[in-house]
Design a protein around this ligand. Sequence first.
Ligand code: PLP
Length: 456
Amino acid sequence: MTRMHSFDRRSKRLSWKVLAYALNRIRMDPPLDHPVDASVLRTRAGRTVTDDGIGGPEALRIWREVLAPACISVDHPRFFSYVPAAPTEAAGLFDVAVSAANVYAGSWQEGAGAVFAENEALAWIASLAGLPEGAGGTFVSGGTAGNLSALIAARWAWRDRAGGRLDRTRALIACSGAAHSSVAQAARAMDADVVPVPVDERGRMDGDGVRRVVEGLDAAERERICAVVATAGSTNAGVIDDLSGIGRTAAGIGAWFHVDGAYGGAALCAPSRRHLFTGVELADSFIVDPHKWLFAPFDSCALLYREPRIARAAHTQRAEYLDAIHVREEWNPADYAHHLSRRPRGLPLWFSLATHGTRAYTEAVETTLRTTEQAARMVTCAGHLRLVMEPELSVLLLERIGWAADDYQRWSDDALASGLAFAVPTSWNGVPCLRLCIVNPETTPSDVAMVLETLR
Ligand SMILES: Cc1ncc(COP(=O)(O)O)c(C=O)c1O
C-alpha cells in the first residue's frame, strides 16, 4: 500500500467527514447557487494541486466552502433550465456505494451482479415501451452517447443488408429540426448526412412528412437512408412526434427507426400520457435518460435495442486481451455501445426502483405533469403573459408580452443572482420566450407562481 492509498490515523476521521458531507448534500434543501469567475475561484481556493498535497480536510473545506457553491444545484425546485434532475435519496446514496465498489461493468465476467441488476432496470423500461422479449442494451453516459451508439448500429444494419455494396457510401439520417442537437452531432461524428423533415406548427414530425421527403429524393439518395429518428419529447417544447406513423414509414422504406426519448421517455410510466407514445413499440432502438426525469443522478442513459445482436455486431471490440470476455455467450454491456470500460451507472436507478417500486415512479412523474398543467393555467390567466402552446409533457413555453431577447436575459441573470430561480430564455419560431422544464416532484405550483410574479 502506498502512502496515498489509505488515510493515516490522523486523517481517518476524514472518511467520516466525506461521507457525512455526501449524506448531508443528498438530503439537504440545496441553495440555488451560481457560477463564479475562474479568477475569483483561483483567489479563494488558492493552489490545490501541490507536490505534497494540501491534505484531505483542507481539500474538503475548499470544495464545501468555495467550489460547491459555484455550481448551480440541479435539484433545486426552481431550477427550470435545460432539463434538470432530481435524484431520489436512494439513487443518490447508491451512487456513492457504486463508486465505493468500483465494479467494472463492461463485461459479465467482471460485473455479473451489477450487470444483472442494470438489466432488471432496462427490462422495466423495455416493458413500458412495449419492446419485444429479447430487447436489451446498456446504460451509457447520456442521450448524446445513446443517440450516437444507436445510429452506429443503424448504419451497421443498413450496410450489412447491402452486403458490402454501401460500405463506402455516406449514410443519410432523416429527422426533424426539433430533433436534439446530438443527432446532427452523431451524423457529423459518423461522416453521415441529415435530411430534414418538415414539422407542424407544434414542431411535430409525422409519418407522411417522412414519406414525402423520401419520395422527393432520387433513387441513389433514397438508398442512403439508414435511419429515421423520431423524438419522444422534444427538448425545447416537450412535443412527441407521431411515433406510429413514423415507425410504419421507416419500416416501409427499410430504414432503422430510432426513438430519442432522452427527456420525454420517462412519461411512458405516466398513464395520463402513455397514449402519446403509441408506436414506440416499433422502435429498433430507444433511449431514455434516468438522469433527466427518472430521478437518478448523472450520468445515465438507458439505451435499448429491439435486436441486441445487431448492436453487438456493430459495437463489439476485438483484441487478444479481450478474447476471454467472449469465451462464453454472456451479456457484455461493452458490446452494445461506443464504449468499453464503464461504471454500472444504471445501478442508482435500479436501487431506487427496487426500493420504492415502479408505482412511486408513476406518481412522481404524474406530480410533475400536474404541476406543469397548473403552471400553464396560471400563465393563461395572467394578463402580462402568453402561453406559446399547451404543454404535452412538462415543458412550459411562455412569452412576457412586450419583452425582447435582452429583457429575458436580464431577468434570467437577475433571477439566478438573487437565488430566486434558474430559467434561461429560449425562442420559438425565432421569437424569444421563456422555457420552464419541470421534472422535480418537489417543484410546487407556488414555486412557479413566485417566478411568474417577477415577470410583471
Ligand atoms: C431529446 C434529447 N435527446 C438527447 C439529449 C442529450 O442528452 P445528454 O445531455 O444526456 O447527452 C437531450 C438533452 O437534453 C434531449 O433532451
